[in-house]
Write a protein that binds this ligand. Structure first.
Ligand SMILES: [Fe+2]
Length: 550
């Protein structure tokens, strides 16, 4: 029935050069459809086949009856006050082993961006070409927008109309504004559970989403099994070739909950290790005993597919095995988001990685960020006039010792020189409110950052919020803080919980509030989310105050 409606109502709205403004149709996306999932709307809009599709497209995994091409949804990212990146990728057969999603030839894709969800007030339109070389991805950097403004966008090719997405520009430089609803997430192993946490993140309707890495995992099916069992399988082998990484990203992107999370707000993304290879460091692959003579080529393949699948600006487009990912996104005068890359430039993990008591970890010559990124970050601190300076990054920043006195060689503790230089950078620059956001460890944590962890009386200089995983590690279990060695051994750590979820924040001129959201189960779809704990960081007062959860 919807397809019939699309035939009669939708196509005229996209006939060029007739402007769309003022038209409203029964199929125009409401916020509810934008936020719930684009899949149904996209399928409804797919009529006819105006594209050079391959034979497999006719039986496409996305929607065999219609040959729908927008099976991977839409996304936006890296907003500034006047522009934002709009993204989509065409894939009538998302799981095609060649990674090209059932497409061939060169395709022109139109986009439009409007002030309203009914697309009656279009402010910009344009078109991009995409082809196999681009993985059939589309990145439109839309300029000429107004600061601090909500927009809706969608794409069209032939008679295929994409689902609609909602995005937002950053406030003008110097404007503090009324506050920012920002949620952050990490670690979504597709096999370990359903992406229900992404669904709840979308339902909160944040203004901005940060993803801190492990967006995909590289493993072949069932080679990484969670303690509560795998509930679905990766397609394809362990990712090494460009086709493998493209196919894996496409598989993740077919998930309706993940599509909803992308469609609700602009994202700032940084990868961690699993977008390439577990625990890789610079030019060094995971396990020396399992040689990877083509690791640099693998890294280049992973980076290329990462760029193709994320709403990143052109400046992040990889050159071979290098990719510029570190950047600052300013949210007016309220917050700076310094997005870091803690994989590409790091020294190899000390003492063969793992949890170790390791003298080399304290060698000041060792670096997690690389010299160039570190100097850039310190300069960002010096120039900052923001209320909040937020690091969006991957690995645990605070000191964290276990009962044997060992620390994680993969985290900032394994690179103490870097840990100390960033901490000193805040203090020297007089950064007003340093806040570190972290993923990687598949558990929620709230930490106070100290100038000197060896001295119990050392001042608190900043705060770290660590999000648990979306699914990685399976269901987990609620944690009793009175029975948690991590908190006993590390008095600056105030909270830890081993369930899946995400962190929802509200950032205002006076405080930074964090709600640690958890789900009881991810091995069954549809479980509710609740707030396990809430903390507030007050302006000019680093450290955590626990408040009533909401
Ligand atoms: Fe992870």
């Amino acid at each position: 029935m919807q397809a019939v409606l699309a035939l009669t109502v939708r196509p005229p709205r996209w006939e060029c050069p007739v402007p769309f403004s003022g038209e409203n149709s029964p199929l125009t996306p409401s916020r509810r459809t934008v936020l719930a999932s684009g899949a149904a709307l996209g399928a409804a809009a797919a009529v006819g086949t105006a594209l050079p599709l391959t034979a497999s497209a006719a039986q496409g995994a996305g929607n065999p009856s219609t040959g729908e091409v927008f099976t991977l949804g839409v996304a936006s990212g890296d907003p500034d006050p006047y522009s934002v990146v709009l993204w989509t990728r065409l894939a009538p057969n998302p799981l095609a082993e060649d990674g090209l999603g059932g497409m061939r030839g060169t395709v022109e894709v139109e986009w439009e961006i409007a002030r309203d969800e009914r697309f009656s007030r279009i402010v910009r339109r344009g078109r991009e070409r995409t082809d196999a070389d681009a993985g059939y991805a589309v990145h439109a950097e839309v300029a000429g927008l107004a600061p601090g403004t909500e927009y809706f966008y969608r794409f069209r090719t032939g008679r295929h109309l994409s689902p609609a997405g909602r995005t937002r520009t950053a406030p003008a430089f110097g404007v503090v504004g009324s506050g920012l609803a920002m949620s952050f997430a990490s670690c979504s192993q597709y096999e370990h559970g359903y992406f229900t946490a992404y669904h709840h993140l979308a339902a909160d309707e944040p203004d901005l989403v940060l993803h801190l890495g492990d967006y995909i995992y590289e493993y072949k099916a069932d080679s990484y099994v969670s303690p509560t069992g795998n509930v679905r399988d990766h397609s394809g082998p362990e990712t090494e070739t460009l086709a493998n990484y493209r196919q894996r990203h496409a598989q993740y992107r077919t998930d309706a909950d993940l599509q909803a999370a992308h469609a609700v707000a602009p994202w700032l993304v940084v990868p961690d290790d699993h977008e390439v290879d577990n625990n890789w460091a610079g030019d060094v692959y995971e396990k020396p005993e399992i040689p990877q003579p083509n690791f640099i080529e693998r890294r280049a393949n992973a980076f290329r597919a990462l760029y193709e699948n994320m709403p990143l600006r052109r400046r992040s487009k990889p050159s071979g095995s290098h990719m510029r990912l570190y950047r600052t996104v300013r949210w007016g005068a309220l917050a700076n988001f310094h997005m870091l890359d803690t994989r590409q430039y790091r020294d190899d993990q000390a003492c063969d990685d793992g949890w170790k008591v390791c003298a080399d970890a304290a060698d000041p010559a060792r670096t997690l960020t690389g010299d160039e990124q570190e100097a850039w970050l310190i300069e960002q601190f010096r120039r900052s006039r923001a209320r909040w300076d937020v690091l969006g990054q991957q690995v645990f920043f605070a000191r964290r010792v276990n009962a044997s006195g060992a620390t994680s060689m993969d985290s900032w503790d394994g690179y103490r020189g870097s840990q100390e230089r960033i901490t000193e950078g805040w203090l020297d620059a007089g950064v007003r409110n340093p806040v570190v956001l972290t993923g990687d460890v598949h558990t929620h944590w709230a930490n106070e950052l100290k100038a000197n962890y060896a001295d119990p009386d050392s001042e608190v200089v900043g705060t770290e919020l660590v999000t648990t995983s979306i699914t990685s590690g399976g269901n987990g279990a609620d944690s009793d803080p009175n029975d948690d060695n991590n908190l006993k051994l590390n008095p600056h750590i105030k909270f830890r919980n081993n369930q899946r979820g995400y962190v929802r924040t509200k950032i205002t001129r006076d405080e930074f509030r964090a709600d640690f959201r958890v789900l009881d189960k991810v091995t069954e779809p549809g479980h509710p989310a609740r707030t396990r704990a809430s903390f507030v960081i007050a302006d000019r007062n680093p450290g955590l105050t626990e408040v009533t959860p909401r």
